[in-house]
Design a protein around this ligand. Structure first.
Ligand code: HEM
Length: 449
């Protein structure tokens, strides 16, 4: 659905004819399209819970065994519990540990060697970047690290690409579900990729279960920051340990009472690839492309690195505060080419409103992030790549409130919360309900809705 819609929305936005908010029927589905920042924040933050649902679609139901993941699952007590479990599992790699950094730096080393091996010949960096990012996610999820030509890594890259391409293209089948009865090349390809994915991930899951059964005492519920022998090695380990007793972890009735099942664990692992690889590699590749076309920006980044880091050691996460210009370049890359130009569709789980318009329960809401990140009323010359727009007159980092590359509110990207934002975790630990974003968003993000 998004594939065909996306081009249409890009053409229409921000259009004086259709305005900042318009509605259309996608087949039988009444759908509201949000084109501006103010309405997007209403949907995502101010009334985030009202709009935290997800529609049921043929392709995503196939992909996620009927919504046993985070991204495409509808809002429910079990979804909230599942999301919290994933959040806790990600803390393994976040604040207080250098594990994510070590994994990334090791992958960056291999990537640099690969990129330099071509000498001065021109080359396409995208396969190497995708391999490096996939390797990071493989280590994060099931502790595997592959060499570039490894057959299993190639398999992961191939099925993941197949899934991303078919899901991104969507199609009429997500609007008219009965069309799944007709021959459909894209759906067949998706099914084939899912079979390969599930075979590989089930094998990894079984290996993890066996090694947990053979190991001594289970971890206490709170995951320790420092690694010890019985600490989870990776996301699969953490989810398996966390799912024990999950049936009592939330209050619900009906089929959700079974709690977090093996299917949920498997779909979460699968989603780390689906949601993590394409987003991260596309962002990196766009930034590379813009750096190529803006050598003056490249020079400034290099100068900042030379001054504050030098050439004796690798850059690490704690250097971030010392590298404001590099931070601006990354942000400008995510602004000008948002990886999710239209966010994953939201649905209203209750009657609500956007601006002065009433919205009935069940309405689908599409947030047009492309339009928000290119709104000339918010951004000066929005089509120009200009990292300086994230610096104020004193050279201090600023983050305009209409910059939302990870979404916001109850459905904000899980990685935005878990890996990139240590302060958010501090906020949660001290029990505060409203939290400051470390990127100085001038608004507050509401958690625990
Ligand atoms: C540059 C990197 C990334 C960007 C720009 C990004 C952006 C986004 C955006 C815009 C959303 C949709 C928010 C909404 O529907 O309102 C999202 C959701 C999500 N992302 Fe990311 N993402 C990135 C990396 C990752 C990674 C590495 C992972 C996992 C390993 C991940 C996991 C997820 C999940 C599970 C959701 C669904 C959240 C929910 O529906 O509750 N993302 N992301």
């Amino acid at each position: 659905m998004l594939g065909s819609l996306r081009s249409m929305l890009l053409l229409y936005s921000p259009s004086p004819r259709y305005g900042s908010l318009f509605a259309l029927y996608l087949g039988p589905h009444y759908t509201v399209v949000v084109n501006n920042n103010q309405h997007a924040k209403e949907v995502l933050l101010q009334r985030g819970r009202d709009f935290a649902g997800r529609p049921s679609m043929v392709t995503t139901n196939l992909l996620t065994r009927g919504g046993k993941d985070i991204a495409f699952s509808d809002y429910s007590p079990l979804w909230k519990f599942h999301r919290r479990l994933v959040h806790n599992s990600f803390t393994l790699f976040g604040e207080g540990t250098s594990r994510l950094q070590d994994i990334v730096l090791s992958s960056v080393d291999s990537l640099c060697i690969e990129l330099l091996s071509g000498g001065r010949c021109g080359f396409d960096p995208s396969p190497a970047v995708t391999r490096a990012v996939t390797n990071v996610v493989c280590t994060l999820v099931f502790s595997a690290t592959y060499r570039p030509g490894d057959a299993e890594l190639q398999e992961v890259i191939k099925y993941n690409d197949g899934i991303v391409q078919t899901i991104a293209r969507g199609g009429l089948v997500d609007i008219y579900p009965w069309m799944k009865m007709l021959p459909n090349k894209s759906l067949s390809k998706l099914k084939d990729c899912i079979i390969i994915r599930d075979r590989l991930l089930t094998r990894k899951l079984e290996e993890h279960k066996t090694s947990q059964m053979n190991s001594v005492p289970p971890l206490p519920p709170h995951i320790q920051a420092s690694q010890s022998e019985d600490e989870p090695r990776d996301l699969l380990d953490a989810l398996l340990k966390g799912k024990t007793g999950s049936g009592q972890g939330h209050r619900s009735s009906g089929p959700e009472d079974e709690g977090i099942t093996d299917d949920h664990v498997l779909m979460t692992a699968a989603e780390a690839f689906g949601a993590g690889v394409e987003t991260t590699s596309t962002t990196l590749l766009w930034i590379l492309a813009y750096l190529l076309h803006h050598p003056e920006v490249q020079d400034r980044v290099q100068k900042e690195l030379d001054e504050h880091i030098g050439s004796e050691r690798a850059v690490c996460i704690s250097d971030r505060g010392r590298l404001p210009y590099l931070d601006c370049v990354i942000n400008e890359g995510m602004r000008i080419r948002p990886v999710s130009p239209v966010l994953i569709p939201h649905t209203a789980i209750t009657n609500s409103r956007i601006g002065n318009h009433s919205i009935s329960r069940g309405t689908r809401v599409l947030i047009n992030m492309w339009s928000i990140h290119h709104d000339p009323q918010q951004w000066d010359k929005p089509d120009l790549f200009n990292p300086d727009r994230f610096l104020d007159d004193q050279g201090q980092r600023v983050t305009p409130s209409c910059f939302l590359p990870f979404g916001a509110g109850p459905r904000v990207c899980v990685v935005f919360m878990d890996l990139l934002t240590p302060k958010i975790q501090k906020g949660r630990r001290t029990g505060s309900k409203l939290i400051d974003s470390p990127w100085n968003f001038p608004y507050r993000i509401q958690l625990n809705t």
